[in-house]
Design a protein around this ligand. Structure first.
Ligand SMILES: Nc1nc2c(ncn2[C@@H]2O[C@H](COP(=O)(O)OP(=O)(O)OP(=O)(O)O)[C@@H](O)[C@H]2O)c(=O)[nH]1
Ligand SMILES: [Mg+2]
Length: 317
């Protein structure tokens, strides 16, 4: 089916906002039913707004996965947080996703870790931001697979009292539970109008950008401890071969020579492993043979380079 259905259709944007690591990208992938945005266990994985498309009855819901909202320090951080708020301001519905177990650990003073305290602080910031910009939102308490049952109602009550939320959902994006109710509610909230995308389209990230993101995911998973947020990936070349294969050339930008050595690893082992993992996933995603060539460049200023960030739709102040 590539046509839109007859009769009244609905279409709109639903922005998923939240603190870093709340599970926003996991939720978007779970609702779409396919991987359209990258996920890691690290904070600040998503750097720009990524769309995923969901069909439900007569509605087309364009989900907008946004970067986490935190206290920005660097220019790139500020651009990321700004992108998230822009996504929220432009959306028909805002879903504020919260890492419920982390929040509950702070609220109940039971075994909160330092990262929980950060997440808690960022959630408070988001509530302040919603109030300041006079934005209404739905709340989705995520990771309830890890939340003690007795905390669920207490949390819901706590967020209800903020007065910012129209509805409260309880979900586990990771375990794919509670998603049907959320999806149905979003579908019903979309404004009347024609669908933006053909019925068979689930994402709109250009292939080059998606391919760069997949490599960045593998890079983060592999060398994040040594190289926090110092790297970026750009697809430089994309050649289609007659036999259906594609040859992709990508550059991994780092800020120092020492970081280049980390990404390469002894005898090139690390970059080889990153390349193998990325190539495997890209072959699956694009359903074709992929030849992937990675090289590492030191470019101290990549995170302040306007043209590099513009590739992702990020703007420096
Ligand atoms: N147990 C559990 N883990 C989850 C759930 N949803 C997401 N996660 C995990 O939480 C971590 C962060 O997930 P992401 O989807 O990357 O989070 P994000 O909010 O997009 O993070 P940023 O892009 O960094 O802002 C990953 O390790 C996920 O597997 C859930 O429902 N239950
Ligand atoms: Mg994300």
């Amino acid at each position: 089916m590539t046509e839109q259905p007859s009769g009244i259709t609905r279409c709109g944007f639903a922005a998923i906002i939240g603190a870093p690591n709340a599970g926003k990208s996991t939720l978007v992938n779970a609702l779409v039913g396919s991987k359209v945005t990258i996920v890691t266990h690290k904070v600040q994985t998503t750097r720009f707004n990524v769309r995923g498309v969901v069909l439900e009855a007569q509605s087309q819901i364009v989900l907008v996965d946004t970067p986490g909202i935190f206290t920005p320090k660097r220019a790139l951080d500020r651009a990321m947080v700004q992108a998230a708020w822009n996504g929220a301001a432009e959306a028909d519905v805002i879903v504020h996703l919260v890492d419920a177990p982390a929040y509950a650990r702070v609220l109940t003073e039971q075994g909160a870790k330092p990262q929980d305290k950060n997440a808690f602080k960022y959630v408070e910031r988001i509530i302040d931001g919603l109030k300041k910009h006079e934005l209404r939102a739905d709340l989705a308490l995520n990771k309830i697979d890890l939340l003690p049952k007795e905390h669920l109602l207490q949390l819901a009550k706590h967020f209800e009292n903020t007065g910012c939320y129209d509805k409260i959902f309880m979900v586990s994006a990771g375990k794919k539970s509670g998603l049907e109710t959320l999806k149905a509610s979003l579908a019903a909230a979309m404004p009347d109008g024609p669908w933006h995308y053909p019925a068979d389209q689930i994402a709109d990230l250009p292939s080059r950008l998606l391919a760069a993101e997949v490599t960045r995911e593998k890079l983060m998973l592999r060398v994040h401890e040594e190289l926090p947020y110092a790297a970026s990936v750009e697809t430089e070349t994309w050649e289609e071969h007659r036999n259906g294969a594609v040859r992709i050339g990508q550059v991994i930008f780092v800020q120092r020579e020492s970081q280049r050595k980390i990404v390469l690893g002894k005898g090139g082992q690390v970059i080889k492993a990153i390349g193998a993992a990325s190539r495997q996933e890209l072959s699956r995603m694009f359903d074709r043979k992929v030849h992937l060539f990675l090289h590492v460049k030191v470019q101290e200023n990549w995170s302040r380079d306007r043209s590099h960030l513009a590739l992702f739709g990020l703007e420096l102040e």
